[in-house]
Design a protein around this ligand. Structure first.
Ligand SMILES: O=C(O)C(=O)C[C@@H](O)[C@H](O)CO
Length: 342
């Protein structure tokens, strides 16, 4: 009888579940447009519970599988936040697969799943006593730590490295010599960009359209980046309107300009924040979706402040978050088997 692992990743806007066999192959995936944002809006997590249960049950149904065949159910992301299913405290960096697997929180949520869900904690920076003087060094993540673990495993990352993980929140995750996460830095650029593109006067100049992989224009991204470096993000955004009215009619080019301006803000944070320290010897690995991946890689290469810059393109199969959760399931199952063997 085939055995399976189920991984769940619930973020701010979406929930993704993956059914795996025990040989690290993705059998099937299911997605829902419900995330913890719904909990914040509704004041309860009813929709999130329903979405997670729906995804898991659909995966089993579609693959004629039963709960008896499931070895482990893992969950990562904002599902472990106060607006998720079960709140789990962050683990303090440095942390890698070992620390995270030691801190898994198996919890039975009967109206979601008949097996305990192993909730994976997020990671926070090591800052003792966050105060008005020290807050800038503190940072937290939930979900990106499993993506980071997957990338570190896939690429064998050892030595000083920065992983760039764009999304609703951009995460810069630092990796130390032993391949563990040493800290992170977050910006809300994805959310900010969505607001600029939809809710400001710039919406008209970009026709409410984001840059896509096939409309990515490096030259305009670089121009937006340079404008923001000179005069700041807000002024650079308004320059998008000026350009559109007087010089550049194509709204996709203006969207590229705004993208470059927004990412300049992220790279400024990377160089100036005290949340992580990454020097000129750091290798940069950019993951995430196109065109953010291309844009970060192009801009960081252009800045020339790091030892090397490479992009990681996902290989078919599963998202990095699901792979990281799978690796943690493997680690915890191996630990359990070891204990039983003793
Ligand atoms: O840990 C938390 O509570 C967060 O708010 C972190 C957030 O930025 C997530 O990492 C987004 O995926």
């Amino acid at each position: 009888m085939e055995r399976y692992i189920l991984t769940i990743d619930s973020g701010t806007s979406n929930t993704r579940a993956v059914l795996w066999d025990l040989d690290r192959h993705v059998v099937d995936m299911e997605k829902s447009g419900v995330g913890v944002r719904c909990t914040a809006a509704d004041g309860h997590n009813g929709r999130l519970k329903e979405a997670v249960r729906g995804c898991l049950e659909e995966l089993l149904r579609r693959n004629a599988a039963s709960w008896e065949q499931v070895e482990r159910v893992m969950a990562s992301g904002m599902i472990t936040a106060d607006v998720g299913l079960v709140e789990v405290p962050h683990v303090t960096a440095p942390a890698g697969l070992e620390e995270l697997s030691a801190s898994l929180a198996p919890v039975l949520v009967p109206d979601v799943c008949p097996l305990p869900i192993h909730f994976i904690p997020g990671v926070k920076n090591r800052v003792s006593g966050v105060s008005l003087e020290t807050f800038e060094a503190m940072d937290i993540m939930r979900g990106e730590e499993v993506e980071a673990c997957a990338l570190i495993d896939r690429l064998g990352v050892r030595g000083e490295a920065v992983l760039v993980l764009p999304g609703s929140h951009t995460k810069f995750v630092c990796v130390g010599a032993d391949g563990r996460i040493t800290g992170c830095l977050t910006t809300i650029t994805g959310e900010l960009l969505a607001s600029i593109m939809h809710d400001t006067i710039i919406a008209d100049s970009v026709k409410r359209t984001f840059v896509e992989a096939d409309t990515y224009r490096r030259e305009m991204v670089l121009r937006g980046y340079r404008a923001a470096r000179e005069v700041g993000l807000s002024r650079a955004c308004f320059s998008g309107r000026i350009l559109n009215q007087f010089a550049v009619k194509d709204h996709t080019l203006i969207a590229n300009f705004i993208l470059g301006a927004a990412l300049q803000n992220d790279l400024y944070a990377l160089r100036h924040s005290t949340a992580i320290a990454c020097g000129p010897d750091a290798r940069v690995i950019v993951a995430g979706k196109s065109p953010f991946r291309e844009a970060f890689a192009d801009l960081m290469e252009r800045e020339g402040c790091w030892r090397s810059v490479r992009s990681y393109e996902p290989e078919g199969g599963a998202p990095l978050s699901a792979l990281g959760a799978y690796l943690l399931a493997e680690a915890s199952l191996a630990k359990e088997a070891g204990k039983k063997g003793k």
